[in-house]
Design a protein around this ligand. Structure first.
Ligand SMILES: Cc1cc2nc3c(=O)[nH]c(=O)nc-3n(C[C@H](O)[C@H](O)[C@H](O)COP(=O)(O)O)c2cc1C
Length: 253
């Protein structure tokens, strides 16, 4: 199994790397696992210019010429993706944020259905929940529910108790991730189904041509799967309510 670890620290061999290596070591004890590290600090991934072309008209029309598409291919080739970031001022690092911004179109047109996700954050003690909660939003890219790992790495020598606790958390998360990698595509949970229905419905407005094209032939979900009758009943009702609440956002006629 191939794991792509996308590293959001400007320090290649810092705390986030050490924690990710801990995950790698435990997973390698469990089975045949191969790790590749993609250090965003060294990657050819320029800053998003904010033109919105990728979301609106298609990612192939992004004016920036760099390795964004190659990074996407690496993600497709992996069975599991780890998004690892230090906490910077209560959230992900700038490197990780730019990576996410450059893949904005995937929030609209999810695609990583055959990959599992682990979200990993390290900090001196603060901001872990905020950072993990933010990274968890990337389950919308198609990954489904991620495995979470947050680790306190203070800028002073760790006590034995903290070290033991960290080792336990790292091993548990590695084991959970390894188990998850054995699963195939799952039927959507309610949020994933709502996300699909919402985007499919709004795509019909035609303001985002790339979305219109993407959703026009989609059936009940992004891929063939069973959707429970309860979800099919409740989703349109909640959507009706959501569209009513958002009525001010409708385009001016
Ligand atoms: C610019 C900057 C901002 C930081 N902000 C926070 C923060 O808000 N809360 C916190 O607990 N630690 C914060 N830290 C500490 C780092 O999150 C922590 O040392 C992390 O493990 C560093 O990972 P790295 O060695 O992989 O870069 C910050 C560090 C830097 C350099």
């Amino acid at each position: 199994m191939k794991i792509l670890a996308i590293m959001g620290s400007p320090r290649n061999k810092g705390n986030t790397y050490k924690v990710t290596r801990g995950v790698e070591e435990r997973m390698k004890q469990l089975g045949n696992v191969e790790f590749e590290y993609l250090f965003l600090k060294d990657a050819d991934l320029k800053m998003c210019r904010g033109c919105f072309n990728c979301v609106k008209n298609g990612e192939e029309l992004c004016p920036i010429k760099d390795s964004r598409a190659e990074i996407e291919n690496k993600m497709f080739e992996a069975d599991g993706v780890i998004l690892a970031s230090p906490v910077y001022c209560e959230n992900v690092s700038g490197l990780m944020k730019n990576f996410i911004d450059r893949f904005s179109f995937v929030f609209h047109r999810p695609r990583f259905f055959d990959q599992k996700l682990m979200v990993l954050a390290t900090s001196a003690g603060g901001g872990l929940k905020e950072t993990i909660d933010y990274l968890k939003k990337l389950q919308i890219w198609g990954f489904g529910t991620p495995v979470e790992l947050s680790v306190i790495t203070p800028p002073w020598p760790q006590s034995d108790a903290l070290q033991k606790k960290n080792e336990k958390n790292i091993n548990n998360a590695a084991e959970e991730f390894y188990q998850k990698l054995q699963e195939g595509r799952q039927p959507p949970n309610f949020m994933q189904y709502m996300h699909f229905r919402f985007l499919k419905e709004t795509s019909k407005l035609g303001y985002l041509p790339a979305d219109l094209e993407f959703y026009k032939d989609k059936g009940e979900f992004f891929y063939d799967t069973s959707v429970s009758p309860l979800k099919k009943i409740f989703a349109p009702l909640i959507m009706k309510f959501a569209f009513f609440m958002m009525r001010d956002m409708e385009p001016k006629s």
